[in-house]
Design a protein around this ligand. Sequence first.
Ligand SMILES: [Zn+2]
Length: 455
Amino acid sequence: MRRKNNSSSILFLIIFGGIIAGAIYLYNSVMFERNAPVVTITKNLYWNLKEAIDITIEDDSGIKWYEVKMISSEGEKILAQEPLLVAKTKLELKIEYPKMSYGIKDKEVKIVVNAVDVSKWDFFAGNTVSLEKSFIIDKKKPLVSLISNSYGIYKGGTALVIFKAKDENLDDLYIEVNKKQRFKVQPFYKEGYYASLVAWPVRDKKFDARIIVKDKAGNTMRVHIPYYHKAKSYRKSRINLSNRFLKGKIAELAYDYPETQGIEDSIEQFKIINEEVRASNEKVIHEMTSKVSDEMISNFSIKPFYPLKNAAKVASFGDHRLYYYKKKKVSESYHLGLDLASVKMGAIRTQNYGMTVFAEENGIYGNLPIIHHGMGLYTIYGHCSSLRVNTGESVKPNQQVGNTGKSGYAMGDHLHFGVLVQGIEVRPEEWMDKDWIRLNITEVMKNAKKLIGRS
Ligand SMILES: [Zn+2]
């Protein structure tokens, strides 16, 4: 009796253990996985009804059924629904707003996504998910009106624009030049108004400037700025490299720069300095000169720059230089500043208030102070023998910022004076000309204020 009892309990344990093991197996198998599908809706809170809403549904075991519904004052509307004969682990849906519902006056609609996976879990029903998200409907394009702008712009030059922009859900606004260059705008005078200096990059043959205003729903307004385009031709010059120059200045620079270490050939050294080193030095300049404040401005008074007294111009802005050695073209570059020379170690002064954003050695530009005068207008002073300002220091009109010299890639003692608007080099001559400043900046701003004041 006792023995029989023993063997039946062993049998019972084996069966019981088998059931437990089977249950554990099923519990952990893919067939019975318990993770519900994951739904992601990649869109912010606003919907202009034109852009599709991107919805992703993912599941480890596979999705067997899904639906997307819209709930509005018209009731429930199925926007997408599908039983899948072959289960998929990832679905990417583009949900369009139903054309039939375009007339509804709702300010908000709700999107509901339901999905079920192929898991046998929950008595073969599968894991289900239901996700809902509300969208604020915004079909209105931002309102943009041009207030005032400089009459014209020269190739390589600067212009001003002042405009008004309004939208309940304003998201982003900027000026786009030639579909690639963005200029930030700064709040101007009264709420809802903006101003920006824009530049025609000297290497671009054509010019097209637009005010772009976007709202959070993706509605975009583009307004063309009707500047009169003024052609300007720049010099193209052929420079023959001499052995004296290559064995002198170039060898001296090549000794210093990490880019030219281990390079023995003079022409190769020159090419690296004129192209690679130049590009990385100009990258520093562009980065240091691209910032614009978000603070509201009501005035921007600039006096003509006159950085070096009694100076002679020794090279112009925009010169396209082609370098030849033994009748073969070896390199080229653009000269994006004005070269001025007077006495050795001449005093360099700025005529306007500003903030020193950089005052360090910068490769071929030598010792270089960079000063921000507001509205994204920067001046740079290259090849200094000594610096008279420090980074972070503010400057006053007529303050000395450095002494001329030949640090960096410079043959004789001179000043490389550059003007940049939001990281783009522009013609310094304009900012040295009293009449140009009055017509293109001061009066445009004055007119804008008059118009804004009346509204
Ligand atoms: Zn120069």
